[in-house]
Structures are given as structure tokens and as C-alpha cells.
Design a protein around this ligand. Structure first.
Ligand code: SD4
Length: 313
């Protein structure tokens, strides 16, 4: 068998295969949900020659700055005590990673995560320490609670009913994967987490292996939906490892969703969704409930694509 080291699982991604695959691949940007402004930004940059890492950071920043998106960055819905707390992570083709959790008052947590990756010996910074680091790095503090999000939160306080609505309102995290001209892959994931979560709650999005994982020899995966379920399956890492063993991105996403479906009897009451891309530029996605879509920019075309789902509703 070609390219299989002793003691490892067989892989279709031998070095020989990879070289021939990547040389034929033109840049691609994909993102969870219909975030076509983000894929357009990242995709255009890739076609202008930008690195996957620069493109993925600038791509997700579009949604972090979008005040209409109430689950990412500025304008994100607060926790039940009124705090807007952001989670984000980024991975580069060399396998390096950076992450911030429970970060307040900084509009672009993905850029702080990149600084953690590039300027510190650590992978993850949390809360006060993450904010302190961001300020040291020149980021400006900003009130991220918009009047609209504050009004919606005060309305929620009247009943205090915590019930995530599938596909709506609290599921618009952006996870993005970019493949550049060199065939290198990078990824990022950024969110304000579930609306009206408990103070201190951190989801899957900033956790390397859960909300995002990539290996530049294989491909990458990102997740959105109920973070607790994704954390328990370490879904993005699982998908990359399944692709390493020869599964297509689609097959790998399906298996990751099925792990949760088969183990969690409550699966009908929440959504999880995965999006994956391999080094050949093949893309797959799968989710529990119908309604998840992903945006894709490739060769000047920017599209929104419905994902297949386990349930038909
Ligand atoms: C979280 N996975 O914090 C995130 C939420 C999400 O679209 O994906 N929203 O659990």
C-alpha cells in the first residue's frame, strides 16, 4: 500500500496523492450558514493570492462586525446576566492554533485568537486574561451590546425560558475553511455562543477539535449548533481523522452526526451541523435537522448550499 506508515491506519492521502491533488486545486472558501459576504471576502482574497490564514481571519471578521448577526461578535446576544461574551479560534496550515474564550468588549475575537497563536507560547486565553492581552496588543474596548440585543434580552428576562430554537436565533456561528493557491488549508470559528446561556458558559466553537480542526495533510472541519453535543463528540477532530482514513468529507460529516444521534436520546431537540473540506477541495456537510446551509466561494461563484440532514424536518 502506498504511503502508509507501519502501525497507522490506511490512508488515501499518501504524500504522492496529496501533491497531485493540491496542484490541481483552485482556491475555495466555505463557511457555515449563508454567510456569503464572508466567503466573498475570503474567496476574493484567495484569488488575489492571499494565504488561507489571512483569508479565513478576514472572512469571519465580516460576520463579527455584522450587527444584524446576533450570534457572532458585535451585536451578539448576551448571556442571561446581560454580558456579551465571545469565543473564537483559528488554526494555520502548520498545525498551530489560537483561541479565546469568554472574551468581553472586543469586536474581533478571531484576531485576538490569532495573536494568542502568534505572539504567546499558549493556545487558549480566557476571560479577564484574554481581555488584558487583547488590550496590550492594541485592540480597543467596545460595548458590544446593541440596543436591539438589549431589548430582546429584557424581553427574554420576563419569562426566562431557556430553549434554543433549532436553526434560528441562536445558531449562526461562523466556521470557515479556506484552501489557498498553494493548496494550504486554514480555518476559523467565532461566536457569541448560545443566546441567554449561563454566565461563564463556553461552547464548542473555540475548542480546537470540537468547533474547528484541521490537518494540512488531510483537510479541515468546522461545527455549528448545540455546542454541548459537539464538545462531547469532539466532532471536528473526528471528521478530520475519518477523512485521513479515507472517508470523503460527506461520509465523515455523516458519521460524526450519527455518533450524537446514536448516543443522545434527546437529539431531536437540538441541531448540530458539520462542514468539512479535504485537500482536494471536496466539500461535505451534514446535520440533524433540515435547514442548515453553507456558503461556498469558488472560481468567482459564491453560492449558498443546502446540507443533507438526518431528519427531514
Ligand atoms: C455554541 N456552537 O456556542 C455554538 C453556537 C452556534 O450557531 O453554533 N451557533 O454552542
Amino acid at each position: 500500500m502506498v504511503g502508509v506508515a507501519l502501525g497507522t491506519a490506511p490512508s488515501v492521502f499518501s504524500q504522492t496523492n496529496l501533491n497531485s491533488i493540491t496542484s490541481k486545486t483552485s482556491p475555495i472558501a466555505v463557511a457555515t450558514w449563508n454567510f456569503q459576504n464572508a466567503t466573498k471576502m475570503a474567496g476574493s482574497m484567495l484569488y488575489d493570492g492571499a494565504s488561507a490564514l489571512d483569508a479565513v481571519e478576514k472572512g469571519v471578521m465580516v460576520e463579527e462586525a455584522n450587527l444584524k448577526n446576533t450570534t457572532v461578535g458585535n451585536g451578539g446576544a448576551p448571556d442571561r446576566d446581560g454580558n456579551v461574551t465571545l469565543d473564537a479560534c483559528i488554526m494555520s496550515p502548520d498545525g498551530n492554533a489560537g483561541s479565546v474564550v469568554y472574551l468581553k468588549e472586543i469586536e474581533h475575537p478571531v484576531s485576538v485568537a490569532r495573536k494568542v497563536m502568534e505572539e504567546t507560547p499558549h493556545v487558549m486565553l480566557a476571560g479577564e486574561g484574554a481581555l488584558q492581552f487583547a488590550i496590550q496588543q492594541g485592540f480597543k474596548r467596545k460595548n458590544l451590546l446593541t440596543p436591539e440585543s438589549e431589548t430582546a434580552w429584557k424581553e427574554w428576562l420576563k419569562k426566562k425560558e431557556y430553549k434554543p430554537i433549532i436553526n434560528i436565533e441562536n445558531h449562526d456561528t461562523i466556521g470557515m475553511l479556506c484552501l489557498d493557491r498553494n493548496g494550504d488549508i486554514a480555518g476559523a470559528c467565532t461566536t457569541s455562543g448560545l443566546a441567554y446561556k449561563m454566565n461563564g458558559r463556553v461552547g464548542d466553537s473555540p475548542i480546537i477539535g470540537a468547533g474547528l480542526y484541521l490537518d494540512n495533510e488531510v483537510g479541515g472541519a468546522v461545527a455549528t449548533g448545540m455546542g454541548e453535543a459537539i464538545l462531547k463528540s469532539v466532532g471536528s477532530f473526528l471528521i478530520v481523522e475519518l477523512m485521513r482514513q479515507g472517508k470523503s468529507p460527506q461520509e465523515a460529516c455523516e458519521e460524526a452526526v450519527m455518533r450524537t444521534v446514536n448516543k443522545d436520546p434527546d437529539y431531536k431537540n437540538f441541531q448540530i451541523a458539520f462542514l468539512a473540506m479535504n485537500k482536494a477541495g471536496e466539500v461535505g456537510s451534514y446535520c440533524i435537522h433540515k435547514g442548515f446551509t453553507y456558503a461556498k466561494y469558488h472560481e468567482g461563484e459564491n453560492t449558498n448550499n443546502p446540507s443533507s440532514s438526518y431528519l427531514e424536518e
